[in-house]
Design a binder for this molecule. Structure first.
Ligand code: ADP
Length: 504
């Protein structure tokens, strides 16, 4: 193997490890066919971490063919379902064994606080794999009553080669959400990490081989969206695309995939409302509202970025919320234990947040907290840091009420009645998450039913769980991930009719 395909690195926290930099095809590391690379950058100081190989269209074709062969190879196709589950359990254990290295890489490449990488993301990765491991031998068909002359039943079969396109906000967790159900159902995979954050997924690839998955079952090709992602979405041997990312990119992927009518799950953008009624526990609402938009640098598709507060508690809520931002949202080095908010993932994202602060100010909203300039951390003029931004006096006509910012950026508006807030909450092209704070049981459930969203949190926000379905309506996506519902996207139903008569 060429020596530059695995490189020994020392992370900012002193941890040393071997970083793969190639394309993972057939359980082996290979260079890209044109030698092209993309450099991963540390968002907290803008220094290069390492250059990793970027797949060409030809490389993606190689990976898809490997996955297509593996789909039919007896080592995978004839493996007992329970044994598929055991491979996933083993992979989950390997993630746990290497969680400190994986969390280090995630923080270095993405900028999220190490405490969150280790205590949240890596837990989600191994637990999601474990959850789906248990389903591997529980994908049941049905026996269907028809007539005495017919015995009819269904079996669940894998969809085929699955192309999985991963975002940069939760790199390894989003990979686990997609790999778990795909592998439990017996599919094979070509996974493309986001080109901004491929490093943790490349390290994880070695664990896939170590767990014992046959060659070609999981292939990982880093590369540009417009090249490697598009090649995957267009490839005739890819049966399904699972995508998490922006709504605009999802549209492009649907177009590319239309040529061969691919099966598809899309998890896209959001502008999720969080509603606080007069009878709510205001402190509790402020705590969750803060976590719901400021966690992960605000880079969460389900972030509750529109906070709608009933007039009677508006002032009290605003004070409690601003106090949370002041006291909790400490911006700084992601390897510092005291840090709540690290840098945005890239310069483009930092500039996007700052541009939206300008938009809000120009539209006449009130900037209660936050700044129009990047934030200087530790005296260095480097790093993609911004202050958390809080806007009030926001109206539904404003772009900052309607458009997804994808940063630590929240807008607040007041309302009078339940009907008014339901209309405000639903005044969006998106329908991903939503939250309702009230102590009135019947109102909680009534409003939950009236909100147009894939998920409603009552008296919390963004406490998603791998055992519960996740996904959106409207422009927020198609299909569901996680929970038992997440399996539906990864198997097809075959109906088998048995004639029981001896004469026609
Ligand atoms: P962002 O705009 O913040 O980078 P995207 O939604 O474009 O977010 O990216 C999510 C994932 O989609 C990444 O892995 C990216 O490489 C990939 N991607 C981007 N453009 C395309 C495309 N045209 N076809 C397929 N995948 C794409």
């Amino acid at each position: 193997m060429p020596s530059d395909l695995i490189v020994r690195l020392t992370a900012p926290n002193g941890r040393q490890y071997d970083q793969p930099t190639g394309l993972f095809i057939n359980n082996e590391w290979v260079a890209s066919s044109d030698g092209g690379k993309i450099t991963s950058i540390n968002p907290s100081n803008e220094q290069d971490i390492i250059a990793v190989h970027a797949a060409t269209t030809q490389d993606v074709d190689l990976a898809v063919r490997a996955a297509h062969q593996a789909l039919r190879h007896p080592s995978w196709a004839s493996l007992a379902a329970s044994d598929r589950g055991k491979l996933l359990y083993r992979l989950a254990q390997l993630v746990d064994d290497h969680r400190e290295t994986l969390a280090t890489i995630e923080t270095w490449d993405n900028g999220k606080p190490y405490s969150a990488s280790l205590g949240e993301d890596m837990v989600e990765v191994s637990e999601t794999l474990r959850y789906y491991a248990g389903f591997a031998d529980k994908n049941f068909g049905q026996v269907i009553e028809t007539t005495a002359d017919k015995f009819a039943y269904t079996v669940r079969e894998p969809v085929g080669v699955c192309g999985q396109i991963i975002p940069w906000n939760y790199p390894l967790a989003m990979a686990a959400w997609k790999l778990g159900p795909a592998l439990a159902c017996g599919n094979t995979v070509v996974l493309k990490p986001a080109e901004q954050t491929p490093l943790s997924i490349l390290f994880f690839a070695n664990l896939v081989a170590e767990a014992g998955f046959p060659a070609g079952v999981v292939n990982i090709v880093n590369g540009l969206g417009s090249v490697a992602g598009a090649a995957l979405a267009e490839h005739p041997l890819v049966a399904k695309i699972a995508f998490t990312g922006s709504t605009a990119t999802a549209r492009a992927i649907m177009r590319s995939a239309s040529g061969t009518l691919k099966n598809m799950t899309l998890e896209t953008g959001g502008k999720s409302p969080l509603v606080v009624f007069d009878d709510a526990d205001v402190e509790l609402a402020a705590e969750w509202a803060h976590a719901g938009i400021m966690s992960n640098q605000g880079q969460i598709c389900t972030a509750t970025s529109r906070v709608l507060v009933q007039r009677g508690v508006y002032d009290a809520f605003l004070e409690a919320f601003k106090a949370r931002v002041r006291d909790i949202s400490r911006v700084g080095d992601p390897f510092d234990e005291a840090t709540f908010q690290g840098p945005q993932v890239t310069r483009a994202q930092m500039e996007r947040v700052l541009a939206y602060v300008d938009v809000g100010v120009k539209e006449g909203a009130t900037l209660e907290m936050g700044g129009r300039e990047r934030l200087v951390v530790g005296g260095q003029q480097k790093g993609f840091y911004v202050q958390p931004a809080v806007f009030t006096n926001v109206t539904p006509q404003m772009r900052v009420f309607q458009e997804e910012v994808f940063g630590p950026f929240v807008v607040l508006a007041a309302f009078e009645s339940e009907d008014e807030v339901v209309a405000l909450a639903n005044d969006s092209q998106y329908g991903l998450g939503s939250a309702v704070f009230t102590r009135d049981l019947t109102r909680a459930h009534r409003v939950a039913r009236r909100i147009e969203a894939g998920m409603v949190w009552i008296n919390s926000s963004n406490d998603s769980d791998w055992r519960v379905p996740f996904g959106g309506v409207k422009q927020s996506g198609i299909g569901r991930e996680l929970g038992e519902a997440g399996l539906a996207a990864y198997s097809t139903i075959k109906a088998i009719h048995v004639n029981m008569r001896s004469k026609l």
